[in-house]
Design a protein around this ligand. Structure first.
Ligand code: TRP
Ligand code: SF4
Length: 380
């Protein structure tokens, strides 16, 4: 176990781009006081939660106060997880990374809440209401269910539809932060950004209200880029003292999976990622054209080996396609030593991806029908 972590970290240190990333992640730990996730692994085992491959591989690399949540769970107290998705584009493998964490926590006894951030999508991204609603249900909720999130044990809601106590929180929060503080966190402010940030704070904190179940211990799994929202929300929770007893939320942070084109994964650049609704042909084409860490010529690659650390295909293996350590380690070693070339390696990944996408899409049709019935749809 320890050797595996050392292997991943050591490997990343060799890689100039990865090094920049790891430096950034390290900086997050140092500058913002995020704790390294791996320190929690013994505690997870004590709670009977077998650590997932995302945890063991350092993909989930940081947390705030998640140890407190696990300890509460060990004491038999009720624990919940909440996260949110902006319904602004198609559901892709970057989103799956978060959903895998929800499923893991659900199977380990956490109550799950999912916010469909339609308010944020309309006000910050200018997405049309009808589109945000349809995408929220048919892309996000449906894909989550098809991936294995149990809709009976999940509370999905649209931000714009959440009800009075939730909206009252947004108003109360607005009186507990200053513009200067928000500017320090977010930079240039607009009224929509202020609304979106306070709405997100309400997402995270409202499940502690009696009206929504009164869950006191809440963890928020997000990409590292969402930490500003968590810092704001934790401060707000502290400042409600005397009026409402809100506990600071915990959080966990994952690394952002590199896009297939080497840039950020984004639904606005369809070739940077694979959508879970792509046809097999499209998915195959994207994977085959993905940026690798291969060398200029086959001869060179056999002699020097490839660089998995900068390879988007290797990251697909690591994040999604090869939960078995032995498999991904064998790819890593074959790549480094030059025993395997990129074409063949992509085919190995493709066989896994093909099976995953095929099985997923078989479940998706039924999940779409279910999706409309598990959430209250805003009427305007
Ligand atoms: N702002 C998040 C995003 O851009 C979405 C979001 C809304 C969210 N509410 C949340 C994330 C609550 C975590 C917790 O993707
Ligand atoms: Fe990536 Fe595989 Fe090529 Fe190595 S051999 S660079 S892991 S595609």
């Amino acid at each position: 176990m320890v050797r595996w972590l050392a292997f991943v970290e050591g490997a990343e240190r060799l890689d100039p781009w990865g090094a920049v990333e790891i430096k950034d992640y390290d900086r997050l730990l140092k500058v913002f006081g995020i704790r390294p996730f791996k320190e929690l692994i013994p505690l997870l085992s004590k709670a009977g939660m077998e650590p997932s491959h995302l945890m063991m591989r350092g993909i989930i690399f940081g947390h705030r106060d998640f140890d407190k949540i696990i300890e509460a769970k060990i004491r038999g107290e009720r624990v919940a997880v909440l996260t949110g998705f902006m319904p602004s584009g198609k559901f892709h493998f970057g989103h799956k990374l978060t959903v895998d964490q929800l499923i893991y926590l659900q199977r380990n006894g956490f109550k799950v809440f999912v916010a469909i951030a339609d308010a944020e999508a309309s006000i910050v991204r200018k997405i049309r209401r009808e589109d945000a609603i349809r995408i929220g249900v048919e892309e996000y909720i449906a894909n989550m269910i098809a991936l294995g999130l149990d809709p009976k044990e999940t509370e999905f809601y649209f931000q714009t539809n959440r009800g009075t106590p939730y909206y009252r929180l947004i108003q109360l929060f607005s009186g507990r932060v200053t513009a200067a503080e928000m500017e320090a966190i977010y930079g240039d402010l607009t009224p929509s950004k202020i609304m979106a940030a306070l709405t997100q704070a309400a997402d995270i904190l409202h499940v502690q209200l009696e009206e929504y179940g009164g869950y006191k211990h809440v963890v928020v799994p997000v990409g590292a880029d969402q930490d500003p929202h968590l810092r704001l929300t934790r401060d707000i929770a502290d400042r409600m003292e005397g009026l409402l007893a809100l506990e600071r939320p915990a959080s966990t942070y994952h690394k952002l999976q590199p896009g297939l084109d080497g840039k950020k994964m984004s639904s606005s650049r369809p070739d940077s990622t694979i959508f879970l609704t792509d046809t097999l042909e499209e998915a195959r084409r994207k994977l085959m054209r993905a940026l690798t860490g291969g060398r200029a010529t086959a001869e060179e690659q056999r002699r020097l080996g490839g660089i998995p650390e900068v390879c988007s295909v290797y990251h697909m293996d690591l994040y999604h396609l090869m939960p078995e350590d032995s498999e991904v380690r064998s790819i890593y070693d074959s790549c480094r030593s030059g025993r395997i070339l990129c074409g063949e390696c992509k085919l190995v990944a493709w066989r896994k991806l093909e099976k995953l996408v095929e099985e997923h899409q078989r479940k998706l049709e039924k999940a779409k029908d279910i999706a409309w019935s598990v959430v209250e749809v805003p009427r305007f």
